[in-house]
Design a protein around this ligand. Structure first.
Ligand SMILES: [Zn+2]
Length: 90
């Protein structure tokens, strides 16, 4: 029987094969939810689903696409937003 804190579902269970060939259950923290577009709510591609401690070790180019509003808007909404701003100024 696992210890009481391992019986909780707040930790995810990962099956890990040890060097001896035995499959054991490891308990790891859950990842945060996917980053979503602020306008349409679509899942943002190219934005990793990781905890901040792992994100800090990643390079900038691995964390989000290199375009305006990256990590906030999806590419389609970004295009619409830029067009809207262009029309406003014209
Ligand atoms: Zn969007």
């Amino acid at each position: 029987m696992p210890t009481p804190r391992q019986r909780s579902r707040s930790l995810r269970r990962v099956k890990v094969k040890t060097p001896g060939g035995v499959v054991k259950t490891h308990y790891r923290e859950r990842k945060p939810r996917h980053a979503r577009c602020a306008r349409c709510g679509a899942v943002l591609k190219g934005v990793p689903r990781e905890v901040p401690s792992k994100l800090s070790k990643m390079s900038r180019s691995r964390k989000k696409p290199s375009r305006p509003f990256a990590g906030t808007l999806c590419s389609r909404c970004m295009r619409e937003e830029i067009k809207r701003r262009m029309n406003e100024n014209a």
